[in-house]
Design a protein around this ligand. Structure first.
Ligand SMILES: [Fe+2]
Length: 291
C-alpha cells in the first residue's frame, strides 16, 4: 500500500495521500477537552467530594468544545474522532452534556476514553474502576469502550482504549485481526506510544515519561503516576505497531500530554499528538487520493 504524509505548516492540519481512496475526506480529531459539567441536583455527594477541575475553567472548556463541534457541522467534516479526557469524570452532569452535544453532530463519530473520562470521586484510579465506569460510555462507543473499528471511505478507523498505559489480550488480538485485513488504517488512542523524539518535550511538560511502553521511568515517580510495568501484551502491541507487518498502519492519533507533536514512527507510520481541546486545540486530518 502506498501512502504519503505531506508536510504542513501548522499542527492543526495533517495531510495524507492514500492510494486507492475513492474521494478526499476530512476527519476532525478532538482530544483533552476536560469538561466539567457536574450537575448538583443529580450528583450532590459527588459534587461535595469534588471531581477535580485541574485548574480548567468550566465555561472556557465548554466554549472551546462547542466551537469545535459547531465548526464540524458548519464545515461538514466527514467524521469526528474524540480521543479521551473529553470529560473529567463520568458524572451524570458530564454524561448528559456529552450526550446532548454528540447528538447534535451531523457526522458519524468515534469516542475512545482517556484516564480522566473514567476517574470518579472516592474511587481509586485503577483498572477495576475503569471496568466499573465502562458501561456509562456504551452509548458513545457502540457498546464497546475498549476497542472499535469503523470503515470510512475505504479506511479502517480503529480506537483502542490505552488509558491505563496498558493493552489487554483482547485489544491485542483485535488490533492484529484488524490490521491483517489489509485496509489502510488510522489508529486513535489516548496515550501516545513511546517515541524517543517525543520524550524531551514530555519530560519538560510533565517531569515524567507519560507515554505507553515508555522507557526512562524513575521507579518512585512511576508508582506516583500509578503506571504499572509494561505488560507482555502492551509490549507485543507496541512491536506490532512498530513493525507494521501489513504496511497498512498509516498513522496514530492521540492526546494526553497536552501539546502537539509529530513524529515518524516505525515502518512508514507517523504519530500525531494533538493539542488539547480545552485550549482550542484540534487536528484536521485531510485524506487525499494518491495519484
Ligand atoms: Fe488530558
Amino acid at each position: 500500500m502506498r501512502f504519503k504524509h505531506l508536510p504542513t505548516i501548522n499542527a492543526k492540519q495533517t495531510l495524507i495521500e492514500v492510494e486507492g481512496l475513492a474521494s478526499s475526506a476530512t476527519i476532525l480529531h478532538l482530544t483533552d477537552a476536560h469538561l466539567n459539567e457536574t450537575d448538583i441536583r443529580k450528583d450532590k455527594t459527588i459534587f461535595m467530594n469534588s471531581i477535580k477541575d485541574y485548574g480548567f475553567d468550566a465555561l472556557e472548556t465548554r466554549k472551546q468544545f462547542e466551537t469545535a463541534l459547531t465548526d464540524a457541522n458548519e464545515k461538514r467534516y466527514d467524521f469526528v474522532v474524540l480521543t479521551g479526557d473529553i470529560i473529567n469524570g463520568a458524572t451524570a452532569g458530564n454524561l448528559d452534556y456529552l450526550e446532548t452535544k454528540l447528538q447534535e453532530l451531523r457526522s458519524p463519530y468515534l469516542y475512545t476514553l482517556g484516564n480522566h473520562d473514567w476517574e470518579y470521586p472516592l474511587q481509586p484510579w485503577n483498572e477495576a474502576t475503569r471496568a466499573e465506569q465502562y458501561p456509562k460510555f456504551n452509548s458513545f462507543t457502540n457498546d464497546s469502550p475498549a476497542y472499535q473499528a469503523s470503515l470510512f471511505n475505504g479506511i479502517n478507523l480503529l480506537t483502542i482504549d490505552n488509558s491505563t498505559y496498558q493493552i489487554t489480550k483482547e485489544q491485542l488480538h483485535f488490533t492484529k485481526k484488524q490490521l491483517a485485513n489489509g485496509l489502510p488504517t488510522l489508529l486513535f488512542i489516548h496515550i501516545p506510544i513511546y517515541i524517543p523524539g517525543l520524550l524531551p518535550d514530555v519530560m519538560k511538560q510533565w517531569g515524567a515519561p507519560i507515554m505507553m511502553a515508555a522507557e526512562g521511568w524513575d521507579k518512585s515517580l512511576q508508582s506516583q503516576w500509578k503506571v504499572a510495568e509494561t505488560t507482555a501484551e502492551t509490549t507485543a502491541f507496541y512491536h506490532l505497531l512498530l513493525n507494521n507487518p501489513h504496511h497498512n498502519l498509516i498513522g496514530i492519533f492521540c492526546g494526553h500530554v497536552h501539546f502537539a507533536h509529530t513524529d515518524a514512527f516505525g515502518k512508514g507510520s507517523y504519530q500525531y499528538v494533538t493539542s488539547p481541546g480545552f485550549a482550542g486545540g484540534y487536528r484536521l486530518i485531510h485524506l487525499l487520493p494518491k495519484t
